[in-house]
Design a protein around this ligand. Sequence first.
Ligand code: DGL
Length: 279
Amino acid sequence: MEDKDTHRDGAIGVFDSGYGGLTVLSEIKSLMPEYDFIYLGDNARTPYGNRSYERVYEFTLEAVKWFFKHGCKLVVLACNTASAKALRSIQQIDLPKIDINNRVLGVIRPTAENVSKISQSGHIGIMGTEGTIQSKSYDIEINKLHPHMFVTGEACPMWVPLVENREYNKPGADYFVKKHIDSILSKDPLIDTIILGCTHYPLLIEKITDFLPKGVRAISQGKLVAESLKNYLERHPEMDILCTKNGTITYFTTDSPSKFIEQASIFLDEEIVAQKADL
Ligand code: DGL
């Protein structure tokens, strides 16, 4: 289907490099079912996880402008890599030039705000893409809010392909899950909380939990992001009033809509319709 009739004044934009952001959208949707959403997956250019800052920033900024063009005032970067590598520049450099009233939020800050409530030991592990871990965005955000917490990162480059190839709940996934759990816990044995800092990893949570020693738990961030968005809109009625509330979700992809629909079934329990984005 072509990108027609796509202007959705007042929908909240949810962006990801591909399908994974659907895990975040699901949590947002279940907490805020009355709002309208536009989801955009940049499937033509995914994965972002091993791309340079310049590329991730360029692609994410294009997506943000696309959302604004389609009537969104508020955009959530559900993608950890985009949040890690592009959000700050977009907020500080681009938004003031594009429209100072529009907002772009990410997934790292809401997670960082919550870690002190979750961890007893104060030692946190972050699993993410190479880009997210190299950026040290979690370390920076967590230590800004909680200077005494210890943050250790672990890049898990095989975990996204395991999910996208539907191997996440098969025995073949065990090796790669165990390898990275063992690695992060050997770097800091006092870790008691592992944050799944990538859109795809919630699908691996059962397997991850199987390999965690007693006293260590894995946390998906979708709920934290959803609660933080709800809270943001409560604190910003001037933005909330601009958000329409008809309970719709419109899905866009930069690649093939039929492939998007097929792969989205990994992440969603419902059937969806997707359109090609004019990006
Ligand atoms: N959505 C990305 C993230 O959360 C994972 C997939 C990718 O590498 O593009 O970091």
